[in-house]
Design a protein around this ligand. Structure first.
Ligand code: FAD
Ligand code: 2HG
Ligand code: ZN
Length: 503
């Protein structure tokens, strides 16, 4: 028997033959969500417990074979799929999907790493608690992947990234040892915080098998508004007003450019996008009172007929009552209209209307994927400087790549833009990526540097941004990262070539 056949036999003994996949269509595990790479694994292994994960990792380490931890495989940077060598083991955590315990007094929930994010949200909600991490991929992504990437999402403006929501981890080290750090303590200054080292390490320092996460009380009321704004500057002004009027009640603030919304209308015509191309609001949610602002009806028609350059989804979560939430929200929108930073707005009258408005925002990534391959930039810039960044970068890109289509949207509340670039209309998207991705990236990332921003706000580095990271991160920081990787994973078997180049 060759060493690889022997290893496969060992893995079958550990997790059961049915959970060592070597044939059939493995593309859900071997191809990334964006279809940027299609790798080839030696096997996909699906353990059901932490002990099984530890045994699998130990066996692979002994055989010198590398492991790619995988959750829902929804990552954006090609980090959870194998390379083309046919020698890597994809370690899928999907069978580890139990909510272990919920401690109401401690406001914590302890979960297996393979739990799907939405399942955690729903379990907590049924128990009367809010688990606020939220993103469009929540029906498929896992908490292990969220922790591995330190995912952001749509509630960061209030609750922070996944890191801020995590109180402890259970981890299998690259050598197959188990570290149980599931203390659930809010204070613990006993040396280096290994939890924070593992969070955002994208599977390169160990496999997360369990986590203890923070919970919050469910809000008494949650309201969603969809506002048309005359410019990105106005959106930033509206954000300032929202902080002022809603304070901690501001739980979502997403911006969407006109072209991004037009892709949603084009690919999902059943979703009626307010204030674009003459469309009226979905299911006619209520309009705010408008004070001395231009009247809603005529202004709405005018905005609709030209299409607002940007729209914003805002969410207000209130601990008092629906009436209180509504009056705060309406006052905010009134003031915003008086100041001219909102052209028109609708406030959802029901949960289903709120969902419909959020659904528009959350459909942008899928609509963009339907439009064809694209170049993504997940960047963060100080909120105050975003309008200037967009103005300068738009101009440079249009000069260098006439007709390139800018799909600009994202989590403006926390300074994170998805400043994506789609090939010119009718152009061959594959050829555009092949010939122009490098040049486009150089323009965008050089500008990000000029604005002291980050080239990866929430998606991570994976293999797609590895070279860019080496160019844009401080050499001192990179040296420290390499030292940490070498100390924890000297054999370099844990997701090699992701985040850092293999030397
Ligand atoms: P995977 O894609 O399977 O893995 C991602 C990385 O984490 C890989 O490097 C992998 O090796 C590592 N990993 C996975 N599981 C573990 C584990 N148990 N232990 C150690 N490492 C592990 N991201 C955001 O941040 N915000 C968004 O708003 C957002 N919206 C999205 C919307 C759509 C439609 C899609 C498709 C993606 C979106 N994403 C977003 C990206 C993606 O969903 C997140 O990065 C998510 O956290 C990945 O989770 P996953 O379980 O799919 O991880
Ligand atoms: C989102 O916020 C995701 O919708 C995906 O982070 C971003 O597709 C993208 O560029
Ligand atoms: Zn995002």
């Amino acid at each position: 028997m060759t060493q690889r056949t022997e290893l496969l036999e060992q893995l079958r003994t550990i997790v059961g033959a049915a959970n060592v996949l070597t044939g059939g269509d493995l593309s859900p595990y071997e191809q990334d969500w964006r279809k940027r790479e299609h790798g080839k694994s030696l096997a996909v292994v699906r353990p059901a417990s932490t002990l099984e994960v530890a045994a699998v990792v130990k066996a692979c380490a002994t055989a010198g074979l590398s492991i790619v931890p995988q959750g829902g495989n929804t990552g954006m940077v090609v980090g959870s799929t194998p390379d083309a060598s046919g020698t890597q083991i994809v370690l899928s955590l999907q069978r580890m999907n139990q909510v272990r315990t919920l401690d109401g007094a401690n406001l914590t929930v302890t979960v297996d790493a393979g739990c799907v994010l939405q399942a955690i949200q729903e379990t907590c909600e049924r128990a009367g608690y809010l688990f606020p991490l939220s993103m469009a991929s929540e029906g498929s992504c896992t908490i292990g992947g969220n922790l591995g990437t330190n995912a952001g999402g749509t509630q960061v403006v209030r609750y922070g990234n996944t890191r801020e929501l995590c109180l402890g981890l259970e981890v299998v080290t690259p050598q197959g040892e188990i570290w149980n750090g599931l203390s659930g303590l809010r204070k613990d200054n006993t040396g280096y915080d290994l939890r924070h080292l593992l969070i955002g390490s994208e599977g390169t320092l160990g496999v997360i098998t369990g986590a203890i996460m923070k919970l919050y009380p469910l809000p008494a009321a949650q309201l969603t508004a969809f506002a048309a704004v005359p410019s990105l500057e106005a959106a930033v002004q509206l954000l300032g007003l929202a902080h002022q009027h809603l304070s901690a009640g501001l739980t979502g603030f997403e911006v969407m450019g006109k072209f991004a919304l037009s892709l949603v209308s084009k690919h999902f015509p059943q979703l009626r996008v307010p204030f674009q191309d003459g469309e009226e609001p979905a299911a006619a949610p209520g309009r705010p009172k408008q004070g001395t602002a231009p009247s809603g009806g005529s202004e709405a028609h005018e905005v609709g007929s030209v299409g607002a350059p940007y729209c914003v989804v805002l969410e207000n979560s209130d601990q008092e009552s629906e009436a209180h939430a509504r009056s705060c929200f309406e006052r905010l929108l009134e003031v915003a209209m008086e100041q001219g930073c909102v052209l028109d707005a609708v406030v959802a009258e029901s949960i289903s209307q709120a969902r419909a408005l959020w659904h528009i925002r959350e459909s942008i990534p899928l609509a963009q994927a339907q439009e064809g391959l694209n170049i993504k930039h997940d960047i963060s810039i100080a909120v105050s400087r975003i309008p200037e960044f967009v103005r300068l970068t738009d101009a440079q890109l249009q000069a260098a790549y006439p007709g390139a289509r800018l799909v600009n949207y994202g989590h403006l509340g926390d300074g994170n833009l998805h400043y994506n670039v789609q090939a010119p209309a009718g152009a061959d998207a594959e050829a555009f990526l092949r010939d122009d991705e490098k040049g486009v990236n150089t323009i965008v990332y050089d500008m990000v540097d000029r604005f002291n921003g980050s080239i990866s706000a929430e998606h991570g580095v994976g293999s797609l941004k590895r070279e860019k990271l080496a160019q844009h991160k401080s050499p001192v920081a990179l040296d420290m990262m390499r030292a940490i990787k070498a100390a924890l994973d000297p054999q370099n078997t844990m997701n090699p070539g992701r985040v850092l180049a293999t030397t």
